[in-house]
Design a protein around this ligand. Structure first.
Ligand SMILES: Nc1ncnc2c1ncn2[C@@H]1O[C@H](COP(=O)(O)OP(=O)(O)OP(=O)(O)O)[C@@H](O)[C@H]1O
Ligand SMILES: [Mg+2]
Length: 293
């Protein structure tokens, strides 16, 4: 990165973080550096789901879930429809707060800090967590304004900073070459696969730490899917990614760890290779070999 580019990036990051330079909120305790999930590797969990249960009204959707997700790794969440995958994902950035009558037990921690910590502003939390949905949802605005949306919301209007964010985010989302000459055109004129990559560019424009993806390829053709999968591989250098997918091959291709859920319970989590080659639990094997779900 050239000196000027670096300065702009730092300026953008500083503005987004309200002058707080560090990406991390707290230092991890030594116990958090231990993980039973990854034997032989000393990875620190970035996200820790601790004995977490979740309820929509009286209906319990997640049951005492314990799992860890690691920095710069891709964790895939798999399981049959209705098992609570999206619910877990949407709680990591507290999007489910918008639903009436919800409650939880247990905790979700990011860098050791509870996402429910009363000192933590939900808007600050969401700035650190980008989200991409099953159906791409570009705003009816130009390609440029879609990418810079979160920066504008954060009060950043400096054209140089915005231009830099647009180019770097679109490059990271592998879309720059396709749209660089039509940034002022409506995002709604893009193809489905391009729209999804635009949504990824929008989600990473404010440099979040975590990227949550809920079935990001399910509406895409195989070529667009392959592009997004390649992108996920590239993006994990900069982000920690959690992806929900119904596509077993996709989970096997893109993820480092796979968590299998069934009826709101985490049945098994481990290195993707292990889960697919020699799962410990029979239910996992039955699911990944297509015998149920
Ligand atoms: N807003 C909501 N209000 C009430 N119940 C909900 C709400 N959202 C989800 N649920 C229920 O929670 C359970 C888990 O749903 P969730 O969307 O998390 O499943 P999922 O594993 O993502 O399924 P799919 O693979 O079909 O997307 C389901 O029984 C669902 O009906
Ligand atoms: Mg879902």
């Amino acid at each position: 990165m050239k000196g000027d580019d670096m300065e702009q990036t730092l300026e953008r990051e500083k503005a987004l973080r309200g002058g707080v330079p560090s990406r991390k909120m707290t230092v991890m305790s030594s116990s958090e550096k231990e993980s039973e999930q990854v034997k032989g590797e000393s990875l620190a969990p970035l996200i820790r789901v601790a004995d977490y249960s979740f309820f929509y009204g009286a209906s319990q959707t997640l049951f005492n879930v314990n799992l860890e997700m690691y920095e710069n790794k891709v964790t895939a969440i798999i399981g049959p429809s209705g098992c609570g995958k999206s619910t877990l994902l949407r709680n990591i950035n507290r999007m489910n707060d918008l639903v009436d009558g919800i409650s939880h037990r247990g905790d979700i921690l990011i860098h050791g800090q509870s996402i429910y910590d009363p000192h933590l502003e939900v808007t600050e939390l969401r700035k650190r967590i980008g989200m991409v949905f099953q159906k791409s949802n570009p705003f009816p605005k130009t390609i440029y304004e879609n990418v810079v949306y979160s920066l504008r919301v954060a009060g950043i209007n400096n054209r140089t900073v915005l231009d830099e964010a647009v180019e770097s985010s679109l490059r990271s989302a592998a879309l720059w070459e396709e749209v660089k000459d039509r940034l002022e055109e409506s995002a709604l004129g893009l193809s489905g696969g391009q729209m999804q990559r635009l949504c990824i560019a929008r989600a990473i424009a404010n440099r979040p730490e975590i990227l949550l993806m809920d079935e990001p390829c399910s509406a895409l053709d195989p070529i667009a899917t392959a592009k997004i999968e390649e992108l996920i591989y590239q993006l994990k250098k900069d982000f920690t990614i959690v992806i929900v997918t119904h596509n077993m091959q996709q989970a096997a291709r893109v993820s480092d760890y796979t968590a299998f859920f069934y009826m709101g319970k985490l049945i098994e989590i481990g290195e993707t290779k292990k889960i697919f080659m020699s799962p410990s639990v029979k239910q996992t094997e039955e699911y990944i070999t297509g015998r149920f779900g």
